[in-house]
Each structure stands twice: as structure tokens, then as C-alpha cells.
Design a protein around this ligand. Sequence first.
Ligand code: AMP
Ligand code: MG
Length: 432
Amino acid sequence: MNTSPHTLNTLSAISHATDYDPDSMSVDKARDVIHQCLEPICSVERIRLREALGRVLAENIVSTIAVPGFDNAAMDGYALRFTDVTPHQETRLQRIGASFAGHPFDGEVSAGQCLRIFTGAMMPRGADTVVMQEHTREENGTVILAPNAVTANEQNHRRAGDDIAPGATVFTHGQRLHAQELGMLASLGIAEVVVYRKLRVAFFSTGDELVSSGDHAALAAGQIYDSNRYALYGMLQQLGVEPIDSGIVADQPEALEAALTSAAANADVVITTGGVSVGEADFIKAMLARLGKVLFWKIAMKPGRPLAYGMLGNAHFFGLPGNPVSAMAVFYQIVREALLILQGQAPVTPPPIFHATLTAPIKKAPGRTEFQRGVCEMKEGQNVVTPVTAQGSNILSSMSRANCFIVLPMDSGSQPADAIVEVQPFHGLLME
Ligand code: AMP
Ligand code: MG
């Protein structure tokens, strides 16, 4: 195992800083510390456009063409010369032909003339304006424009290069490719792109009580089904990484050490859930110290207190809490952003936050940032948010009933109904 000296030094420096308090690490401080240790992956691959959805661009895209490539009509109607229009009266023009999308008119519109034209069809030479067909009638080859049918020169005339000028930098490396970027790249005639390779993220659950759904028909006394690995798998998929499911690992030092060693050798990031709470931390601490450099924190957040972060060889390690809501909350609030950075995405912007009015009071003690689960909706033009009733860190159904986190700052206390609070929609937390 050979963790980069830079990261090791950073981790050591952090743990020796005077303001470093592993027993009360704020969410912001934890994010900040982790960011200092992240070095985005740099290997790249060239792939077909359709395979690039959700991937991160590793090249700048400079357009060689204008989009649109030619002046064209924004409406179905008639192309004409603005100077031919008589203000506030009917205008009569002679129709000389038609321009269809994909079939341009090969002539020029002269004074007193017009051309039937359709949306996206090339503007003919001589014409500068398109009048909507709804404001016209045609009689034996003469087109009559209603008074005030045309109000401005160049109306309904789309210019070549309106969207993209030739030579323009359309995307820079670090851009995440969503559906709209695939469309944009296709509009430039691009069929392949260079992207960063997928980040490999190995993950496993720890706990003697855990059983994989599907492995057993019935649970023995004291056993539960492993939910974290499935929720993690979903969150990882949404971030576009390559998830490596390493199963369930028993609470046994040898098994854990073997699983961590193998995961760290095969992945860029290792994520575990469970086993980092106070009672269990000691033997894991000793083991992780042998395998790499790992810091243990009590994050001042609720849900989600314990978090281990560090390096196992060259792999970043995140030890998440076992309680299912805590595991998801810590993933969303801390791990997600780190994975986006490691994937090469730049910039990584924080998820959107809105203000909403509470419909019910919230109990809270100062000292931790809380991420309560709520349902946010628009009522009478106002965002309102209702906390879900069961807020325990073991109540996974609260995540499904909710559509947002209600973010309550560390120093804040209880909130009355009607207080304005911050909400973070779950949708904004998916792929960036
Ligand atoms: P731990 O952090 O290992 O002490 O676990 C805290 C709580 O979370 C315990 O109730 C565990 O049974 C539960 N838990 C741990 N891992 C999982 C998991 N993968 N799926 C569901 N519950 C879990
Ligand atoms: Mg456990």
C-alpha cells in the first residue's frame, strides 16, 4: 500500500492542527478536510456519445461550426423585406415560391415580394423578416398582411450562430454530461468524446446481524436484512461511478481486514457502513491504523454522528454509520461531493437550497446541524414544508415519505410553526 505522500502529509497536518476536534467536527469542517485530500482521477477514455450520459468530460469542446448553420425562420409564415411593410395598414406582397425545412429556395426576394416559409427553413436572400401565417391571408398568389402583423425588423428571423458561434468553447473539461449536453454535442456533429474513466467505488456492510435480501427465506432471531448496501448502490449509480458490491462482512477483525485490504486494492474509494460507533471503534481504529491513515470523527450532525475518513493505501476510505438514515444523510452531505470531485467534475456546486415555511414546530437542541426529513410543496404561492413524523435515524421509511432535508444550522434551537427554514430537495442531490 502506498498512499500518496501529499495526502498522508495532509491527513497528519489536519490531525495535529490546534483547532482539530475529532469529537465535535462540524459538517463544513469535515467537508473541508476531505477536500484537501482529494486528487481527481486523471485517466481518460474516448467513448461514443450515447455511452457518455452521466460521465465527466476530460476535454474542451470547441465548435467548428455555427449552430444554427444558416439564417432561418422561427415561424411558419412568409419571409419578406421589412421596408415593404406599410405601417398600421394592410400590406400586399407577391408570393414567389416556398422554402421548406431542408429544401431552401434558390432565389432572392425583391421589393414587393414574399416567400412562403416554414419553421427552420433557410431564409431566402433579400428577406429579413418573417410574418406569422396567422396574420396573413392569400388570394391568387397575393399575400395580404393584416395591419400591424409585423412590428419589428428581423421579427421571427433566427440568425446563424445564435446558439453557438464557430470557434466558441462550448464545454470545458470537468463538465458533467447530462441529456442536454448529449443533444448539444450532437448538434455540433460530435459523435465521440473524451471522458474521465469511471471512479471505482467498493462498498460493503458490516454487522453479524445482517442478511442479504434474497439469501434466506426467513430471518433468524436477531437478524435483519441489509438495507444500506442497496441504498448505497442506488446513490452510487446515480452519481455515475462503477459500484463494486463487496457484500456483507462479519464483525470479525480478520474478515474485516481481508475485506478492507481487497477493496482498497481494487477501488479508488472504499465505503463501509456500520461498526464505527463508539463501542466498536477501538479495534477498528487499530486495524485501520495498520492499513493506512484514518481519522475518526464525531460529526456534529444529526442524523449521522460517527464517520471515519482517511486513506487505505491509495483508496479513500469512508466509514459511515450503520443506521440507515444516518448512512444516507452522511453520504449525501459529505461523501457525495467528494465523489463528484474525484470523478473530475469541476466546478462542484452545492446542491440548491430554498426557503420554506414550517407547517409544524420542530424540536432541536443547539450544537449539531440537523437534516430532518420533510415534505416540501407549493401552497398558495409559498413553499411550505412539513417534517415527517418519525425522525429516528433507524426509520428508513422517513426517507421515502420525504422529498427534502430540512437543514437546521448547528447553532439553531427549536423552531415554531411558521418559521422560515432551509430545505434541500432530494432531487438536487442526485447526479450533478
Ligand atoms: P452500527 O453502526 O454497526 O453500530 O449499527 C447501528 C445500527 O444500524 C444497528 O441497529 C444496526 O443493526 C443497523 N445497521 C447496521 N448496518 C446496517 C445495514 N447494512 N442495514 C440495515 N441496518 C444496519
Ligand atoms: Mg454493527
